[in-house]
Design a protein around this ligand. Structure first.
Ligand code: AMP
Length: 479
């Protein structure tokens, strides 16, 4: 999931569109933008426009739709595919109108106590239309405002109720508010378009590059940044409110392993060089006698580069990617996933034949991807196939928004390294060790490794909370 916020730009929605475009890799299920045009002179009314759709950003926002999204303030969101069929209802930002308050909320993360909070709000009369955490935030915020809070205090009150991972953007009548949870699990940064008063908020810094905005800083864990302007023509001001003490950071390490784009800087780490360092470390841990190293594109590319450098092996690209096929993980059934794996990459048989190859990728989840690739390489005549993985075995589901399958489906839960090697059909297999992963990070103590070691920094209170946070959402009847 990904967030974009634009404050004080004549074409805020277009900026948001490009910001989402740059972050499309963080979610392909749905996209949405809400924009607001504050009155410029007396008598004019506030205009609010919104558009949400299923699919990729350019498909959801053709030019004529984008032109209709007027205003100088906008927030946007792309949603990552979760298990189950995509529903437009769960597209974000979520917008709510209540007694003159018009709020839009976009969220990146997952909440553990969403179910019990929903129930509480429902008992108070709230009617929910979606299964999203954004809607829950909206109801909690409205509830606090009903009790007399101004928007920033109400957002803080809502954040104090929830437990889990959240980076949040809220667009109110005059203010745009950015929040991070006390552990800073998900990224969110602030930038400014050079020589202007335009402020940009984004999950990843690659969006700033496209929008020609300079990163100012990250929103701090437990911090809320309120951007506001007194009328459409005034310069915005930024106010920082520490709504919660941060006991220390627990950033999601999977952002560095897989999620973030390599041209982003996330949690103070340059993703590109970080992935190369993982490769160099893996070469130290598990060198290999082979003829070349090949990434599984695209997720294995920079790790493979590092491995090749570290191991002193030639780096090759002899698996050709069909760029018109989406991510394999998204397919709902196992059969489709296997097919998709094969349709996406085709080995260059002339090069592969007779060679000993090391393939490299970021992770093994179910084992489907690499199993398909390995048998393909064998069919193409590879003499040996070795596999190096830039993360330790994924043994625990993520409770904070990374869409891993249930524990039962994680191959490393049931099989040893040797059994996985055999199942996939490899000559050798090595996962980067947890110690090795920590060793290449600047501040290893600042990261969450729960998917590898099961140490959840925000532990679930019970099974139900754990299931809810894993995206096993409350069933909604279909439209
Ligand atoms: P699998 O085929 O189930 O072992 O999945 C591993 C593949 O999925 C790797 O190529 C990863 O790049 C990719 N991957 C890892 N984590 C995720 C995730 N949370 N969502 C989508 N793809 C992922």
């Amino acid at each position: 999931m990904s967030l974009i916020g634009i404050y004080n730009h004549p074409k805020a929605a277009k900026m948001a569109y490009f910001g989402l475009y740059a972050q499309q890799h963080r979610g392909q299920q749905s996209a949405g933008i809400v924009s607001r045009r504050p009155p410029k002179r007396e008598g004019e009314v506030l205009q609010i426009c919104e558009h949400l759709g299923l699919g990729l950003v350019p498909d959801v926002f053709p030019e004529e739709i984008l032109n209709r999204l007027r205003g100088s303030r906008a927030i946007g969101h792309v949603l990552y595919s979760r298990s189950g069929s995509p529903s437009l209802r769960d597209a974000e930002p979520f917008r709510i109108q209540h007694r003159g308050i018009d709020l839009s909320v976009a969220h990146n993360g997952a909440l553990l106590n969403a179910k019990s909070l929903r129930l509480r709000m429902e008992k108070l009369g709230a009617i929910f239309h979606t299964a999203t955490d954004s809607e829950l935030f909206a109801h909690l915020i409205i509830d606090a405002m009903e009790k007399g809070d101004k928007l920033p205090e109400a957002v803080a009150a809502a954040c104090k109720e929830v437990r889990g991972a959240f980076s949040l953007l809220v667009l109110g009548n005059d203010q745009m508010i950015a929040v991070r949870d006390p552990l800073g699990i998900k990224p969110l940064s602030i930038a400014r378009v050079e020589k202007t008063d335009t402020w940009v908020l984004a999950s990843e810094t690659c969006a700033f590059d496209l929008l020609e905005a300079q990163k100012v800083r990250s929103v701090r864990p437990g911090e809320m940044v309120v951007i506001e302007a007194d009328g459409a023509l005034a310069s915005p001001t930024l106010t920082s409110i520490q709504w919660a003490d941060s006991p220390g950071c627990k950033h999601c390490v999977f952002e560095l392993v897989y999620f973030a784009r390599p041209d982003s800087v996330v949690f103070g780490e340059e993703v590109y060089s970080c992935r190369k360092r993982m490769g160099i470390q893996a070469a130290r841990e598990a060198p290999c006698e082979a003829d070349c190293v090949m990434p599984l594109p695209d997720s294995g590319v920079y790790f493979a580069l590092g491995y090749a450098q570290g191991a002193g092996l030639p780096y090759e690209h002899a698996m050709i990617r069909n760029h018109y096929v989406g991510r394999t993980f998204i397919q709902p059934t196992q059969e489709m996933r296997s097919f998709d794996v094969r349709i996406k990459l085709n080995p260059v048989s002339g090069f592969i034949r007779g060679r000993r190859v090391v393939i490299a990728d970021d992770s093994i989840v179910r084992g489907t991807t690499v199993r398909g690739r390995t048998s393909h390489l064998r069919e193409a005549g590879a003499r040996e196939v070795h596999f190096r993985v830039s993360s330790p075995p994924v043994k625990f589901p993520c409770l904070y928004g990374v869409d891993f399958p249930s524990r039962e489906e994680l191959i490393a839960v049931h099989k040893t390294n040797e059994e996985i090697r055999e199942y996939i059909g490899l000559d050798s297999l090595h996962h980067l060790t947890l110690e090795g992963l920590k060793a290449i990070l600047e501040k290893p103590e600042d990261f969450c490794y729960a998917c590898f070691d099961g140490n959840y920094p925000v532990p679930p209170n019970d099974e139900e909370e754990a299931a809810a946070a894993r995206g096993l959402r409350i069933e909604q009847p279909e439209d």
